[in-house]
Design a protein around this ligand. Sequence first.
Ligand code: FES
Length: 435
Amino acid sequence: MITLTIDGKKVKAAESATLLDIARKMSIPIPALCYHPDLTPYGSCRLCTVEVRDKGRESRLVTACNYPAREGIEVRTRSRRVLRARRLLVELLLARCPQVPVIQELARRLGVEKSRFRTENRENTCVLCGLCVRVCREIIGAEAIGFSNRGISRRVGAPFGIDTENCLACGACEYVCPTGTMEMEIDRTRKIKHSATGTVRSCKYVRLGLLDFMICSNGYECWRCEVDQAMEDRFHTHPALAFRPAEQRRAFRLHGFTFLPDRSYSAWHVWAKPMGRLIRLGLDDLASTFAARADRIDLPGAGDSLERNGPLVRIVVGKRELTIPSPLGGKVSAVNHDLKEDPMLVWKAPYHRGWLVMVEPGPSGDLSGLRSGASAAPWFDGQASRMAVFLIRKTGKTTAREEGSSQNSLFQVGPLVSLTSGCHWEEVEEILFSG
Ligand code: FES
């Protein structure tokens, strides 16, 4: 904890807290247009300007939303200099979009009646606060919109201005937009409904990955959905901000192995991920250690049939080989050809570029026997722990997967230690596949 002074009052705060956080806890009003407590501060509107005096230095204006509290500083939130700066900023905003209610309200509170600057007659009411861009990237994980250009041409939009498949029409951007510029949900949802993939991307909660399945009596029109309304009433925010789906999909490390929560896992450490009507299969981080020094990875060909528990992939290292079975049945619709050139991709990027095949599921193609969500993490944790203990017992050390991560190297598995340091392939196999 550190001590600082805000408007003459001494206050204790955590070192990581921002001046805006502390001021809000003290009920000191500071205007903020581009700030949202769930998003990384961006500091673009500068309306949260405050005056800070650091020991023995000249005071200066800083943005409170991203300025960290420091020991001994004096902060003034309503000095003449601060109010003059805020009024100037709001005049600029007023000139940019005079018809936007939130700007008019800010101007009223700061005592600004009209702007001294030439008023723009713009249809676009975006103030480039970046809230929509940040929510799409940080909370949804879709990155469907971003900034383009710079200076007076700077704008928010889809990459290349082309409608992007990444957009889930979740409406989070519309929810956080302070000026009402973002109004895309209805339009986008209609497009999704009528697109080739629309039938499998219907409900907003399914698209966000928060529900597995949903039949909707409102024709998947979220703006008429009582569930959606109930969610907002209950959490007082957009459901995406309450559940933070991007965080739920983010990879994390368990005993040095990477676990991805958005995959389903078979007992043989094959992961499955539905992609439209197809299912992508790959080896998880534990099983992929077998492929680290593979001479060859044998996969079925496109058009071949896969059987549940029938062979999926054969890993050949010297004279040894290991066959890992498929968790589901169906027809192989595509094979990852990159593996022919670089079989180590299975180990280098097991959840992404190292995928194995795409399968069109047949009658035995459901994922019901696989672990996913809440049940997958403890299982993976147990398996990773056994593997780590085994490797340390056998080798005394393991090799870091990535350069420069030496502090954790004890728990990180490197290129097939079982083959290079005297452990037996069968023992590792037993550890991995018996649980
Ligand atoms: Fe701090 Fe916008 S709220 S710069």
